[in-house]
Design a protein around this ligand. Structure first.
Ligand SMILES: O=c1[nH]c(=O)c2[nH]c(=O)[nH]c2[nH]1
Length: 323
């Protein structure tokens, strides 16, 4: 028996990168939370203390900020891919780089024509996310099954022979339907007390992540389209369970987006219980007054996948929160 170093990675977490584009008097703001990690042959750093192969996390932080300036942030995906390639270029021991980006949206303060030029108000609500993993095909697999290990699906191989996985998504998308949802016909045992619901509130704070088949994607357009699809199907689907809503949402995303291989959901069922007014004979509750429960909550997690596309477990490494 011997004791050995197991899987490891290292990097700088949660660099808060704010990029202002100020080429004209009408500024743009891009507000990011960027986490970088390198994986590869870094055993010496742990076992002998030799740091010769280690690109410091401080350098990774500097690179995140320098790339915001030099490369720019056309989309979080494009920026993360550029960072991933950069880290592999300068770190020979690294076999893969994982770049996670969250993007917070800002709106122009609505004064004047089309909003203020350089004053913004942070938009509440959902956060756009991406997790990019760039590596050698040995480290990250052949994601599109075309045998060239570059992940763009054209089978011609990237000049640097690297594979790139892009998982985009959103979190904190809080949605609610005040009708059009039931939950009935479930398994019962001697501990079941839940009453069947013909007409209930359905609400969740959705986390969704979808994996692209390649990198030749219009990231911003596809993000908007997937988000719109999720909202549309949540609204339009008559729900017999949150599970059924998620399945309908995921199916529509894959039907409308051939470049999406799979989508995963984590959805807390934010229970809204009708308040019991039976102590007040003159007060009726006809599905009008609810208590929004905090905890516990049902946690429904599901994925919808194409069955003819190879799985990519390496794309999901270190991205917890899904079954
Ligand atoms: O949409 C639901 N799915 C469940 O699995 C479940 N279980 C439960 O108690 N309520 C609900 N609601």
């Amino acid at each position: 028996m011997s004791i050995v170093l197991g899987p490891n990675q290292y990097g700088k977490a949660e660099n808060r990168v704010v990029r202002i584009t100020r080429d004209t008097a009408r500024h743009e703001i891009t507000d990011l939370n960027v986490s970088t990690s390198l994986r590869g042959d870094f055993a010496d750093a742990h076992t002998t203390g030799d740091q010769a192969k280690v690109l410091p996390t401080d350098t990774q932080k500097n690179t995140a900020f320098i790339y915001a300036k030099k490369h720019g942030v056309a989309s979080p995906e494009d920026y993360a891919l550029a960072l991933g390639h950069r880290f592999l270029d300068v770190t020979p021991a690294a076999t893969s780089a994982r770049i996670e980006v969250e993007q917070y949206a800002w709106d122009r303060i609505p004064v004047g024509d089309g909003g203020h030029d350089h004053a913004f108000v942070r938009r509440g609500g959902d956060v756009r996310t991406t997790v990019v993993t760039v590596g050698t095909s040995a480290g990250t697999g052949d994601i599109d099954g075309d045998g060239d290990g570059d992940g763009d699906g054209d089978g011609d191989g990237d000049s640097n022979g690297r594979e790139a996985h892009v998982i985009s998504g959103l979190k904190d998308l809080v949605v609610l339907k005040s009708t059009g949802s039931e939950f009935k016909g479930y398994l019962r045992d001697e501990y079941t007390t839940l009453q069947e619901a013909d007409d209930r509130i359905l609400a969740t704070s959705l986390v969704a992540r979808w994996r692209y088949l390649g990198t030749d994607v219009d990231w911003n357009k596809t993000y908007d389209s997937v988000r719109d699809t999720l909202l549309e199907l949540f609204a339009r689907t008559y729900s017999r369970a949150l599970q059924e809503s998620l399945h309908a949402m995921g199916t529509a995303v894959l039907e409308r987006h051939p470049d999406v291989a799979e989508i995963r959901f984590s959805a807390p069922n934010k229970h809204h219980f009708a308040v019991d007014f039976s102590a007040f004979p003159d007060v009726e509750n006809d599905g009008e007054v609810f208590i929004a429960a905090d905890r516990p909550y049902g946690l429904i997690e599901a994925s919808v996948v194409r069955d003819d596309v190879p799985e990519a477990p390496e794309a999901w490494l270190a991205t917890p929160g899904f079954c």
